[in-house]
Design a protein around this ligand. Structure first.
Ligand SMILES: *Cc1c(COP(=O)(O)O)cnc(C)c1O
Length: 220
């Protein structure tokens, strides 16, 4: 594979091109570099190439890697993109800047308490189980209105919706559906699109794309 700076430039160009086709401004799209499973020495070259926004899917793994990286590189932004257990909310609120996996009432309550304790309000995305898959995280589409009402009542700053479409089938209809749901609920953020489909997601309104393997190489 090419060097990190070249890969990063390539992904940024592809995002810009997709945005241009869709008549969107590239600055509306945040690239989240998903560094899960990759050690600090793999991440540092990407930081040196100018990337500032990263995503991790596990609190424990992030706790082991990011405090030192943040200390050494001020100005980094860290997103939690994976499932969050209610008993890990204090750690998550202390470490992350944004949560993409708000998906149930019990987590609304736990996160609201953790943010109060920390005196720190993190923007959140509500994760939607967009393909109605049995084993998948995310709230059911039918439960979304109630969950959003609860989150707003708890003063959680919900900025958008997030999804991971079913594997192995065309993702565009699911991105379009997430975009429609976000619009219906007056939410500006759409966290959708990964290495294989981020250009499609950008064309369909993604504000945050979560790209791992296309930037870092395959995970072992
Ligand atoms: C791992 C992961 C990604 C990145 O996946 P790639 O295919 O490596 O780009 C994006 N979103 C979530 C929720 C993930 O867990």
């Amino acid at each position: 594979m090419t060097d990190p700076a070249t890969r990063l430039a390539d992904i940024r160009n592809r995002i810009a091109h997709a945005a241009q086709i869709a008549r969107r401004d590239t600055s509306e799209v945040t690239l989240i570099a998903v560094s899960k499973t990759h050690p600090a020495e793999t991440i540092v070259p990407l930081i040196q190439a100018g990337q500032r926004v990263f995503g991790e899917n596990r609190v424990q793994e992030a706790q082991a890697k990011w405090p030192a990286l943040r200390e050494a590189h001020p100005g980094l932004v860290l997103h939690l993109i994976g499932q969050l257990q209610s008993n890990k909310t204090d750690e998550a609120v202390a470490l992350f800047d944004c949560i993409h996996s708000l998906d149930r009432s019990s987590l609304v309550a736990a996160l609201a308490r953790a943010m109060d304790r920390a005196g720190r309000q993190l923007p959140c995305f509500v994760q939607v189980n967009i393909g109605a898959e049995e084993q998948k995280g995310g709230c059911a589409i039918a439960d979304l209105p109630t969950l959003l009402t609860e989150a707003r009542a708890a003063d959680l700053p919900v900025i958008g919706l997030m999804c991971v479409p079913p594997l192995g089938i065309e993702p565009a209809p699911f991105f379009a559906l997430l975009d429609k749901l976000a619009r219906e609920h007056g939410l500006a953020g759409r966290s959708m699109g990964m290495s294989e489909d981020f250009e499609t997601a950008v064309m369909l309104g993604a504000t945050h794309v979560r790209v791992g393997s296309a930037l870092f190489g395959e995970r072992s």
